[in-house]
Design a protein around this ligand. Structure first.
Ligand SMILES: [Ca+2]
Ligand SMILES: [Ca+2]
Ligand SMILES: [Zn+2]
Length: 326
C-alpha cells in the first residue's frame, strides 16, 4: 500500500490489511523540508527520553479523544454504541487487558507490555462546553482518499479540534481499500490525527470481518505515538528487505509484513528459531492475530509523550479508569 493513488478507487474492504501511514509520511517528506527536519529532531530526542522512561517511573497517561463521523449514506453514520465498542478495544489493547493476549507465544510473554495509556471520549469541547466527544457531519463526498480532505471542512470533511489537546479520529469511507492511516508527530497541526474506514471501526454495526475487532485503530494510534511498522518499512528495492528498522530493539528484524492469521513461527531475516513477532499490533495481520506491544515499543510511545506530544501530559482529568475498560 505504498502508492494508493495508482490503484483504481474501490471502497470494498481489502482482503489483507492496508495502512496508508507511510504513504502520507513519504508525501510529507517530499513536500516539506520542515517536516523532514522535525522528524530528524524528534528521532534524536527519543534516545534521551527513552532512557528516562526506562529508569524513571511511568505514569498512566489519559488522552481525550474526539471521533468525527463523516457520512454520505445514512448507514455510514455509525452508532454511539459502535464508537463505544471501539473505545473499549483501544483501552484494553493499550492496558494489556485484551483477553487474546494469551495468544502471545511463551518466548515473548515477558516482552509483551502494558502501554499505560488510556483514551476517553472528550467531555469538554474546544469552547469549554459539554460534549459527547463525537461529531457527526453529512458530506457530499462518497469516498475519501488519504489526501486529508476528510480533515478539512471546506473540502467536504470536518476540521480538527485543537490537535495538541485532543486525539482527533475521523471515521469515514476510505477509498482504495485502505483501512486507515495516521500522521506521525512533526507534521502539520491541522491534519494531525488518525483516519479509519467505517467498515474497520469498532466491533459491531458496520464493522466487517476480518477487521471487526477494533485493531485498525490500535495500529493507527500506535503510529500516532510514533511506532513504525514492525518490519521496518524496507524492501522497496530488491535485496533490502532485512536492512530497515522500526527503531525498536526488542522486535526481531523481519523481512516484510505478515498477513492473515499466521502460525508460529514465521522465520525471516535469519531471525530463527522464534522468527517474526507477527502477533504485534504493528504488523499487518488480521484483527484476530494482533495482540501485543513490546516493552521498548511502550518506551518509545512514552518518549513520544514526553517529547513531541507532551501537550497531552497535562490533559484534563479523565473518567474513572475502571469505566474505560468495562
Ligand atoms: Ca526491531
Ligand atoms: Ca524488513
Ligand atoms: Zn500502519
Amino acid at each position: 500500500m505504498n502508492e494508493p493513488q495508482a490503484k483504481l478507487p474501490t471502497t470494498d474492504l481489502p482482503l489483507r490489511r492496508t495502512c496508508a501511514t507511510l504513504h502520507v509520511h513519504q508525501q510529507l517528506l517530499a513536500q516539506s523540508e520542515h517536516y523532514a527536519q522535525e522528524r530528524q529532531r524528534i528521532e534524536a530526542g527519543y534516545r534521551q527520553n527513552v532512557m528516562l522512561a526506562r529508569v524513571g517511573q511511568r505514569d498512566v497517561i489519559s488522552i481525550p479523544v474526539v471521533v468525527h463521523v463523516l457520512w454520505n449514506k445514512p448507514e455510514q453514520n455509525i452508532s454511539d454504541e459502535q464508537i463505544a465498542s471501539q473505545m473499549i478495544v483501544l483501552n484494553q489493547d493499550f492496558r494489556k487487558q485484551n483477553p487474546d493476549i494469551s495468544q502471545v507465544p511463551p518466548v515473548w510473554e515477558d516482552t509483551a507490555e502494558d502501554a499505560d495509556i488510556e483514551f476517553y471520549l472528550a467531555t469538554v469541547d474546544p469552547e469549554g462546553l459539554p460534549t459527547t466527544g463525537i461529531t457527526r457531519t453529512q458530506t457530499a463526498i462518497t469516498a475519501f482518499s488519504p489526501n486529508d480532505d476528510c480533515k478539512i471542512t471546506a473540502a467536504g470533511g470536518i476540521d480538527a479540534w485543537p490537535t495538541d489537546q485532543y486525539l482527533n479520529i475521523w471515521v469515514c469511507v476510505l477509498d482504495f481499500g485502505i483501512l486507515g492511516y495516521a500522521q506521525f508527530p512533526g507534521g502539520p497541526a491541522h491534519t494531525d490525527g488518525v483516519v479509519v474506514t467505517y467498515q474497520a471501526f469498532g466491533t459491531t454495526g458496520t464493522a466487517e470481518a476480518p477487521f471487526n475487532l477494533g485493531r485498525t485503530l490500535t495500529h493507527e494510534v500506535g503510529h500516532w505515538l510514533d511506532l513504525r511498522h514492525i518490519w521496518g518499512d524496507d524492501g522497496m528495492e530488491p535485496g533490502t528487505e532485512c536492512t530497515g528498522t522500526d527503531h525498536v530493539d526488542d522486535t526481531p528484524n523481519q523481512d516484510g509484513p505478515n498477513f492473515g492469521t499466521p502460525s508460529f513461527p514465521q522465520i525471516s531475516c535469519t531471525n530463527g528459531p522464534d522468527g517474526d513477532m507477527f502477533m504485534n499490533f504493528m504488523d499487518y495481520v488480521n484483527d484476530s492475530a494482533m495482540v501485543m506491544f513490546t516493552d521498548e515499543q511502550v518506551e518509545r510511545m512514552h518518549a513520544c509523550l514526553q517529547g513531541p506530544r507532551s501537550s497531552f501530559l497535562s490533559s484534563p482529568s479523565s473518567p474513572d479508569s475502571k469505566e474505560l475498560l468495562l
